[in-house]
Design a binder for this molecule. Sequence first.
Ligand code: ASP
Length: 598
Amino acid sequence: MISPPRPNAYRDSWSGDLDAARAGQDVRVAGWVHRRRDHGGLIFIDLRDRSGLVQLVFHPETSGPAFALAERLRSEHVISAAGTVVRREEGNVNPNLATGEIEITITGLDVLAESETPPFPIDEDTPVDETLRLKYRWLDLRRQGMLDAMLARTLVTRTMRRVLDERDFLELETPILTKSTPEGARDFLVPSRLSAGSWYALPQSPQLFKQLFMMAGYERYYQIARCFRDEDLRADRQPEFTQLDLEMGFVVEDDVIEVMEAVMSAVFEATGFEAPPAPWPRMTYDEAVARFGIDRPDTRFGLEIRDVSEHVRGSDFKVFESVLGAGGVVRALNAGKRELSRSELDGLNDVVRIHGAKAVAPIYLGADAGWAGNLAKFFSAEQIAAVNAELEAGAGDLLLFVADAPHVAAASLGGLRLELGQRFGLIPEGGHDVLWIVDFPMFERDESEPARPRWAAIHHPFTAPAGDLADPANLLSRAYDLVVDGVEVGGGSIRIHTPEVQRQVFDLLGLDGDEAREQFGFLLDALQYGAPPHGGIAMGIDRIVALICGLESIRDVIAFPKTASGADPLTGAPAPVGSRQLRDLALRSLVEPAPPAT
Ligand code: ASP
């Protein structure tokens, strides 16, 4: 329900709000011609506005000049119509329409604007080519699916604001034209005219500014913030996206987690997303990777991964032995009682190859729980029994093994698990799972420049370490991620709040003193002036709305998104600019502009 409109020349009621209680009243409604039907001399129009649909009826005798006007109405014309609400006859009630018990007998009609024939139907939920939808986004947004997504989006942000306002958070903005705020992606750059040759970067997140707010003493901050990251796009990535960004002073992990559980519980409740009640379980990164092969596990189904290295060590199977000898692992999952054809089994190799493994070794259990097939002969009876016990395997089960470096085996089986979970229909409809992942490693090895090996931050360079920096390889960070149904919907951390630790971390990341000063001098300065312990989190609003709406692609919950190649078919962005504009910016293009993107 939308609050009633202020009566004016166009409307005094919303179409979708009319019901039998209003029978006999004169009303005026306005909107778009959703559908038009001619029937036995009568003209029926479904009128659509933001609130819904209502049926207008034009009679040749009683509608006066409006009838002749109605004969010329086409889909998507914009009208304002006046008439009387009447109950429909018993047989004409439309149970599929909220206003299906009534219709409006029209006595006056104003045609406010005409529409060309739309390039795709607005009144049907038919699949339409996405580029066409994006080119005509204003029409696409008229369709019910998009309206539902936009309503869900509003409900999500409104609920977030409500909970945070109740807890006295300050809603503050941070700059869009700024200096690099690294989150591990490439920056979008904006040339400066006034300082020719210098550039602003668009923020990958408000990270540094929200930390400065904490140092300023604005202890609870949030913002519904736009972030910009120049990276390769996927269904769940856009070059600009929206997050709920939040930071708190004098907090530890539990404080931030508690606030976010309150926010997200309210969001789930408001949108009817059936999540288990908070507090949500916490799983360590190591456990997630070991059991599910990934740090954002979909825990709604089993098919868990087990390490069987020690059970198979010493077998006659050369492939496993050489991997184990080289410090690798053998891991496996029990796919259950499945009959996969040879070609289906071969197809599984393609799944694991994406993650760097060479192949899957499949083994079926015979009726006696012995191993069938030609791999069986390489293993002793004890080895087979131990693996079966580890995988809780019984007669008829299909076991799938991957032997590789630990991270490759994990990712490969993780990918395989998701693929099989979907293929076998193991993911329950409607059930949802929410959990925190904690105890992330602080660093990973960055081998991108072999001459200059260094550490890279797993979260971002401002995340506090959970221990001593002397042992970076085994150090955990104070980061946490929230995962819903296998989707990382948010993440944050307790931050570094002393200049010494921040400098040591920059050092490990391969930033020498000068580089660190040049890039983050203002942060290092701020840390010299009394920074409180602080921490925060950011939640991906696009992903959250997509999950709630049951949609795969975040493009379907963003009003004006870019295509997978970063183009906007509506405006034609990105587009070349004139030489004059470039001259003003003291720039010259080294390449011919690409033809306009579609
Ligand atoms: N700035 C981080 C991000 O955008 C979130 C955080 O650490 O609060 O992913």
